[in-house]
Structure formats: C-alpha cells, structure tokens
Design a protein around this ligand. Structure first.
Ligand code: F6P
Length: 413
C-alpha cells in the first residue's frame, strides 16, 4: 500500500488550521512517520517582507496579488512534492485552499498520490475573536496598532470569504469543528494511509506540557478572605519571581490567566523573563463566585452564616453560594476556557495557566476523573505547580516545587 499522503488544510483564516496541522504532525512524528508542514504564509512572508501583511494582496480583484499568491502556493506545493519524492511520507499543506481552483491545483501537483483535505471551521465567535487578537499581535503586524492590525486581518478574511467554496467534489475530506474538536462531516473514497490515526487524533485531547500554576499569595489569602480582587503580598510577588526564574529555561509563548489582578500579577514577571510571551486573560478562569460571602473570612462565614458553612460541609461540590456559584456550576465555563486554551495556543508543546484554587481543581478534574465529592478538596498549594502530560498512551500529573528553597505559604491559604 502507498505509504505517502498529502494532507491539505482548508479554511478561512484564524479557524485553527495551523494548530490542527501541528497536532497531526506532532503525533505522526511520535509514530516515526516522516512528516513535514508546508505553510504558504511562510513562503509569502519570505518572498515579500513589505506587502505580506497588507490586506490588498488578498483581494481577488487585485491581479498582482492573485499572481503573487499563486506563485507562493506553487513554490510551496513544489517543496512538498520534493519532500515526498525524497523519503517524505506525509506532507501537510497549510494554507486556506478555499477555492476549487486551488484544490484542483493541489491534485494536479500530486497526480499519483492520495490527497486528504481537512477543513477547519469554527462557529464560536468569542473564540474566533480571541484568536484574531492573538494573530494581530504577531510580528507580521508589529508595525500596526492592535485596532489597525485587527481591521487589516478582518479585511483579509472578507476577501477569502468572498471566494470561499465548500468542499464537495473532493474525493477525501474531513470537516471539523476546530474549537470543539468534533468531526462534522467525512467523505472517504480512497484507501488512505494513516487515516485511522489521523481521525482519532483530531478528536483526542493531547497535552504535551501543561503547567498549571496557582497565583501567589494575596492580602486576602493572608487573612483567609475569599473571593475579591486583591493584590499579591510581598510573599506573593516573591513566588511570582520564583516562578519566573524557574520557567525562564522553558519556552512559554502564552500564559492564560483569569481577569483578576492576582493571576495577572503572577503571570507578568514570568512573561517578562521570556523572549516572546503574551498573556491572554479569560473570564472562564475567574475564581468561584462566592456571592454574598465574597470578601468574608471562613471564620466569619461560620459565625455569621452558619447555613452556608453547613451547606458546604454537607455537599461542597453542589452547594451554591447565595447569589454566587457552586463548583458544579463552574464545570461548563472551565471546560469552555480549556477549549479556548487549546484553540488559541497554536498547538505549542508548552501551555501555562495561572488560575485560582477552585478553578485549578476544576481544570485538573476536567483532565482526570475524580469523584465529584473529592474535587473541592484537591490540594492546590501556592508554592508548587502541576505538570500535566496527556496523550493516548499516558496521563501524568506531577505536583512540583518551583523554588529550590520553598517559599513558606499560609497553611490555610
Ligand atoms: O481562598 C482563596 C480562594 O481562591 C477563594 O477565593 C475561593 O472562594 C476559595 O479559595 C475556593 O476554595 P474552597 O472552595 O476550598 O473554599
């Protein structure tokens, strides 16, 4: 059976194509398949530093732009063909490929090889917007303000949308919801190598290195007050500095936080120590909302609201703070936050989340089953972090110190 395969990504910009391409390549590499990604955008950026980020070259009405982009596509496809002629096994063509004309060109370049088109769609507007913001902060747009970069990118998307033709006649394709990780449609006319593996990995969550960190000590933590939006104490700042030094030797391209100061203040020094690192704050990772108990100490709750204390003692997972939340109520938003993380991190090997005590418990339990009644008691210290690694063969959760000399922490915090 033919061992070579061409995978051509399809989809409008910012729909998660490159992330999916990296996920497929990363997994096949572990299976010792000789796989490489060929990205049209890389060729375009190399050939023309000046005009690559402006939206005009993406206009179908601009003959020079069309010619230039056709040239880039051809160069890229020829590199993929050379790779497959020289012991390459899987070539992934990472480009929009949204027109039938472009897809026919791909078939023409590889007349004797099977081609699998993989289209990424995303109908979640919030995730899409966050992805656009992440893209607009890339080097390609560094000469523009965030608003200008966004406008330029949206114009580019409009141009692609105006010529978009859905997959239909192609012999082999998979249509996926790249945010949810679902397969929406599938057509298979040929016997394709690696197909089962690829199909399986599309829907499997793979985590190479997730560093799950809890924010450093805050003034509220010190007094055992819950909720609020308090700043880090000197100890908390020292913990953030310790984390920054510890992770300086790792590459952390993005840190995901909540919207609260304590997670942002913990992330800031870590990001500063990195060569390139952006911070994305997600409301999904905000700490459990304690309603009318926000800002109270546990002792005050016991004294002034014994019903709350008793309710939590009885069933901490399902207990809903008056005008607030329960752990159970957080399930959906935490899951959604994680979907955003995987969609936005571009399938980089390293992911960092700086969260809160209850949030991090929920994140951990999203990866590994824990009985509901145990989740609200998972140990979540501020002077250690969880290192999570998951693939179809293994699931590893390690609680590790990040400072050689542990920074003392509030025993109840
Ligand atoms: O005390 C810090 C904190 O993050 C509070 O803001 C939050 O209410 C609490 O921990 C969650 O932990 P538990 O559910 O054990 O009270």
């Amino acid at each position: 059976m033919e061992k070579r395969l061409v995978i051509a990504m399809v989809g409008l910009p910012a729909r998660g194509k490159s992330t999916m391409a990296r996920k497929i390549a990363g997994t096949l590499k572990l299976d010792e398949v000789n796989v490489r990604i060929f990205n049209n955008g890389d060729v375009r950026r190399q050939l023309s530093k000046q005009i690559s980020s402006g939206p005009e070259i993406f206009s179908p009405e601009n003959p020079d732009g069309v010619k230039f982009r056709d040239k880039c596509a051809l160069i890229n496809l020829e590199s993929a063909r050379d790779f497959l002629k020289n012991h390459g096994e899987v070539a992934i063509v990472d480009a929009a490929n949204v027109t039938c004309r472009r897809r026919k060109l791909i078939k023409k370049i590889f007349p004797d090889l099977p081609v699998l088109f993989i289209e990424c769609m995303n109908t979640d507007n919030e995730a899409l917007e966050a992805n656009l913001r992440r893209k607009a902060s890339l080097k390609e747009f560094s000469h523009l303000s965030m608003e200008q970069a966004l406008a330029s990118f949206l114009k580019r998307i409009d141009f692609y949308e105006s010529v978009y033709e859905p997959l239909n006649e192609e012999r082999n394709f998979i249509l996926i919801d790249s945010f949810e990780g679902y397969i929406l449609q599938e057509k298979l006319s040929d016997l394709l190598p690696y197909y089962d593996r690829i199909r399986d990995l599309i829907t499997t969550r793979i985590v190479r290195n997730l560093f799950l960190v809890r924010h450093g000590e805050t003034y509220f933590n010190r007094e055992n007050r819950i909720g609020g939006d308090s700043d880090l104490t000197a100890t908390g700042l020292a913990q953030a500095k310790g984390l920054a030094e510890y992770f300086a030797t790792e590459r952390i391209p993005v840190i995901f936080t909540s919207n609260y100061k304590r997670t942002l203040q913990t992330a800031a020094p870590i990001a500063e120590k990195q060569e390139q690192c952006s911070i994305i704050s997600l409301p999904e990772f905000n700490e459990i909302h304690a309603g009318i108990c926000e800002g109270m100490t546990y002792a005050e709750i016991r004294e002034q609201m014994p019903g709350v204390a008793a309710g939590r003692k009885n069933n901490k997972y399902d207990y809903v703070y008056p005008e607030g939340e329960s752990y159970a109520a957080m399930e959906e938003r935490i899951h959604r936050g994680l979907q955003k993380v995987f969609y936005l991190n571009n399938y980089d090997d390293n992911i960092m989340i700086v969260g809160h005590r209850a949030v991090n418990r929920m994140i951990l339990s999203d990866f590994v089953f824990r009985p509901r009644e145990e989740v609200p008691y998972i140990y979540m210290p501020q002077n250690r972090y969880y290192h999570i690694q998951i693939d179809p063969q293994k699931k590893i959760f390690e609680l590790k110190p990040y400072a050689r000399k542990s920074i003392k922490e509030n025993p109840q915090g």
